[in-house]
Design a protein around this ligand. Structure first.
Ligand code: HEM
Length: 149
C-alpha cells in the first residue's frame, strides 16, 4: 500500500516540477511577445488547475508517508538527527512553495485578461521564479530523506 502512495508522490512530483520547467522554458524560448501573451492567456488557467491538483496530491501522499515512517516520533525523540534536519528543511521549502503558489494564483485570477500594474507584475514573476528555484532544491532534499529511511 505504501508503495502506491510513494508511486503517487513521485508521479505528482514529476508533474509538479515538470510543469514548472516547461513554463520556465516557454518564458525564455518564446521571444515573440504577442505569441507569449496568447499562449499564457490560454495555457495559464489550465496550468493553474493542473499544478494545484498535483500540489494537493503531494501534500496528501507526503503527509501519509510522514506518519507511516513515524516522523512525529523522530521529531519528538531525535530532533537533532540528520533525518529530522532534512525533513525540517524540506517542509519549510514546501510551505514556502505553497505560500508563493497561493500569492501567484491570487494575482493570476485578479488580473486574467487585464493589464497588470508594475507591482503585480513584479510579485507574479518573482513568485514564479522563486517556485522554480525551490523546486530544484526540494528534489535534492527528497532524495536525501529517501537515503536515510
Ligand atoms: C512540492 C512538494 C514536494 C515535492 C516536489 C516532493 C518530492 C519528493 C520526491 C521526488 C520524493 C522521492 C525521493 C526518492 O525516492 O528518492 C519524495 C519522498 C518523500 N516525501 Fe516528498 N515532496 C513534496 C512534498 C512533501 C510533503 C508535503 C511531505 C510531508 C508532509 C513529503 C514527505 C515525503 C516523504 C516522507 C518521502 C520519503 C518516502 C520514501 O522515500 O519512501 N513530501 N518527495
Amino acid at each position: 500500500m505504501i508503495k502506491i502512495v510513494l508511486y503517487t508522490h513521485i508521479l505528482s512530483a514529476t508533474a509538479w516540477v515538470g510543469g514548472s520547467l516547461l513554463l520556465f522554458a516557454l518564458g525564455i524560448l518564446l521571444r515573440d511577445r504577442q505569441a507569449q501573451k496568447a499562449v499564457y492567456a490560454h495555457l495559464g488557467p489550465i496550468y493553474g488547475y493542473f499544478e494545484t491538483f498535483w500540489l494537493v496530491l503531494l501534500w496528501i501522499t507526503g503527509l501519509t508517508m510522514f506518519f507511516h515512517y513515524g516522523f512525529p516520533d523522530i521529531f519528538a525523540h531525535a530532533p537533532d538527527s540528520e533525518l529530522a534536519g532534512k525533513m525540517t528543511v524540506k517542509l519549510s521549502i514546501v510551505a514556502a512553495i505553497t505560500l508563493l503558489t497561493i500569492i501567484h494564483m491570487i494575482i493570476a485570477f485578479k488580473t486574467h485578461n487585464a493589464e497588470r500594474t508594475f507591482i503585480q507584475n513584479l510579485i507574479s514573476r518573482g513568485s514564479s521564479m522563486m517556485i522554480f528555484l525551490l523546486n530544484l532544491v526540494i528534489v535534492w532534499y527528497a532524495i536525501g530523506i529517501r537515503d536515510l529511511l
